[in-house]
Design a protein around this ligand. Structure first.
Ligand SMILES: Nc1ncnc2c1ncn2[C@@H]1O[C@H](COP(=O)(O)OP(=O)(O)O)[C@@H](O)[C@H]1O
Ligand SMILES: [Mg+2]
Length: 236
């Protein structure tokens, strides 16, 4: 279980140089245990997306340390060499916008990643269908993305983020376009995934509907994080 759980220590990120430099992260500390879902809350511009992009190896942090389980992936520079494999195999992303591939049926939008990772096509589609069913969009499996409502597209995007069973899931406002019942269903699925596969999950959100579900919340302000116990008891 070498790659389970997240530990971030003293992480900084400076965009640009000289007079126009922006210090977006100023020493972030965060831990997420295997099987845990934490909330990340902060005002616009506080560094939430920057933090997820650093952890997801989409941008380069400036300094500090990031670990997946026992593996140090970044310590003032990338220690882990193959960042493409890191993103593909270890990190599931769920973004605000669904970014589905318009010319693939819903089921193949979800099944594509495991297929690319070498899972046989039938098994990849089976896994995709199982998640689509859990997210209550299996009846749309053979539709094209443009035929779906915004909320349906977002649930498909969530299925795609989960389908490779990565040890880390990074979700940036995943429930923003969903109604209350569906938003809670998504959080329930994230909690189930976390438990079943020992996934460490960070959910950036302002969504008042789901904030009460978190057991632990990190607040971020001006690039610095503060931890607090949430009111939530999760879904035990
Ligand atoms: N590519 C970039 N170049 C320069 N500054 C950026 C860039 N991306 C974000 N920032 C700045 O970094 C800070 C944090 O941004 P961001 O991480 O997007 O915040 P949040 O997601 O919490 O709204 C903001 O001041 C923002 O303007
Ligand atoms: Mg953001």
């Amino acid at each position: 279980m070498a790659d389970k759980g997240i530990r971030i220590e003293g992480l900084t990120k400076r965009y640009g140089k000289g007079d126009t430099a922006v210090d977006a992260l100023k020493g972030v500390n965060m831990t997420v245990a295997p099987g845990e879902v934490v909330g990340l809350i902060g005002p616009s511009g506080s560094g939430k997306s920057t933090l997820l992009k650093c952890l997801g190896a989409v941008i380069d942090p400036t300094a500090g340390r990031m670990m997946l389980g026992d593996d140090v992936i970044f310590e003032d520079r990338w220690i882990r060499r193959d960042l493409r494999a890191l993103r593909r195999d270890k990190i599931g992303f769920v973004f605000q916008a669904p970014y589905l591939i318009p010319f693939l049926e819903v089921i193949d939008n979800v099944a594509l990643l495991p297929m690319l990772a070498g899972v046989p096509n039938d098994e990849a589609r089976e896994r995709a269908l199982e998640l689509l069913a859990a997210l209550d969009v299996q009846h749309r499996a053979r539709a094209m993305p443009s035929q779906l409502s915004g909320g349906e597209q977002q649930r498909v995007a969530i299925a795609r983020g989960l389908v490779n069973r990565p040890p880390v899931i990074l979700a940036d406002e995943p429930t923003a376009p969903l109604d209350s019942k569906r938003a809670l269903a998504v959080i329930r699925i994230l909690n189930d995934m976390a438990k079943r596969f020992e996934t460490a999950i960070i959910v950036v959100t302002h969504d008042e509907k789901i904030i009460p579900t978190f057991k632990r919340i990190y607040h971020i302000r001006d690039g610095v994080t503060y931890e607090e116990a949430g009111e939530g008891r999760g879904f035990d």
